[in-house]
Design a protein around this ligand. Structure first.
Ligand SMILES: [Zn+2]
Length: 246
């Protein structure tokens, strides 16, 4: 996900959980911790361009590394004698911000090593696109209102809406995949084989309550807040069929 969204999500999470104890500091700690995991982009080599692809979203994006990463961020405050007495809530707030980054990246299509070192599986739940202005604006509004009025419940409300938004992305995504499978059967293809091909070669994304699933043959888009529209397009991009599917 883009850095701006991570920063707002970290700030919102920090304020929602630790705002009462830390005040506006929770926004700074959460935002910084949510920004930090992407520092892995600096792990690269001039001689090996694949090193970047290997290590981006690797150990810095795992749940297991979260307490360590949070400690690195909290150390910035712990080093400051006046802040030292609050090191526990600061570390906890940083851990929440860091974890929010790992989970949000896992909600996109690009794989994330969420369970490293226990598993090399790259989590990619296809719930949201890499950039989604709607999602970002909801978080930004929650943080801005909370800081302006010193009311942390605004961030809780924005996180609640964002969770619903991700659920909508998941529902639409499943609908797109189901419609794609049904269409494959209609055309005489092996649905299970096609599903495997979709996972191997296909492309899926969700954005703004829409989910698009693309594989070699065609593209299926599920959209509409009433969950009622399925649109099927040929690979060339020309729409061939549009149907109501209640
Ligand atoms: Zn990341």
């Amino acid at each position: 996900m883009d850095p701006l969204t991570h920063v707002f999500l970290g700030a919102a999470t920090g304020l929602a959980v630790c705002g009462k104890r830390l005040g506006p500091r929770a926004a700074v700690v959460g935002a910084l911790a949510a920004f930090a995991p992407d520092a892995d982009v600096f792990i690269r080599s001039e001689h090996d361009p694949l090193m970047y692809a290997e290590f981006h979203r690797h150990f810095t994006h795992s749940i297991a590394f979260t307490p360590v990463g949070a400690l690195l961020i909290a150390a910035l405050w712990i080093a400051w004698p006046k802040q030292r007495s609050d090191w526990r809530p600061i570390w906890f707030c940083a851990a929440l911000g860091w974890l929010s980054h790992c989970l949000l990246d896992s909600a996109t299509s690009w794989g994330t090593r969420l369970f490293w070192p226990f598993s090399d599986h790259r989590a990619g739940w296809d719930l949201i696109a890499i950039v989604d202005p709607t999602f970002t604006l909801i978080l930004a509004a929650g943080v801005a209102l909370a800081l302006k009025w010193k009311e942390w419940r605004f961030t809780r409300a924005s996180l609640f809406v964002c969770a619903g938004y991700l659920c909508l992305g998941g529902i639409q995504h499943q609908r797109a995949l189901t419609a794609q499978g049904l269409l494959a059967v209609e055309r005489g293809h092996d649905r299970a084989l096609l599903r495997r091909e979709m996972i191997r070669r296909g492309r899926t994304s969700s954005c703004g309550g829409r989910s698009t699933s693309t594989t070699d043959g065609f593209t299926v888009t599920a959209s509409g807040l009433a969950f009622s529209r399925i649109r099927v397009c040929a690979r060339e991009g020309h729409c061939r069929k549009s149907q109501r599917n209640n």
